[in-house]
Design a protein around this ligand. Structure first.
Ligand SMILES: [Zn+2]
Length: 142
């Protein structure tokens, strides 16, 4: 199983073991909308670059920090922008982002989001961690 680690030299903290079954693809616009850290030059990054790891439980992380609330200037109104993805048996969309995920050791990031997401079939909502794999170094097998 590969692992995601902090990509900064001098840190490289383990963030999480990657469960491939929980990788989803989000629209590219998510990066600019939420000003997520990007690491385009990193050779280990997968070719499909808008991959996020869905993490239902914060305890699944080896280490992760949570920032204060996202400034409203960054949230704005999602308006017509739909950030939708398939996960499990459902199709979800991001309703609202609540907090940022950051590296627990060096505080760099954001490397992901804590979002309120909505099941498009029945409007049920839940809170989920979405970890940006492009914001991290991926090490290990594969
Ligand atoms: Zn770090």
């Amino acid at each position: 199983m590969s692992r995601a680690t902090c990509l900064f030299d001098g840190c490289r903290s383990a963030v999480i073991a990657i469960d491939e079954n929980n990788i989803v693809s989000l629209p590219e616009g998510v990066y600019s909308q939420f000003k997520l850290l990007e690491n385009r030059a990193e050779p280990g990054v997968r070719s499909s670059n808008s991959n996020f790891l869905v993490v239902p439980d914060v305890w699944d992380f080896d280490n992760v920090g949570v920032s204060r609330d996202i400034p409203s200037s960054l949230l704005g109104d999602l308006g017509d922008k739909e950030f939708a993805f398939d996960y499990g048996d459902s199709s979800w969309k991001i309703k609202k982002c609540l907090k940022y995920l950051i590296c627990a050791d060096c505080d760099k990031g954001p490397i992901g989001l804590i979002c309120q997401i909505q099941d498009q079939a029945n409007d049920k909502e839940k809170v989920m961690h979405l970890l940006s794999l492009r914001s991290l170094q991926i090490v290990g097998e594969n």
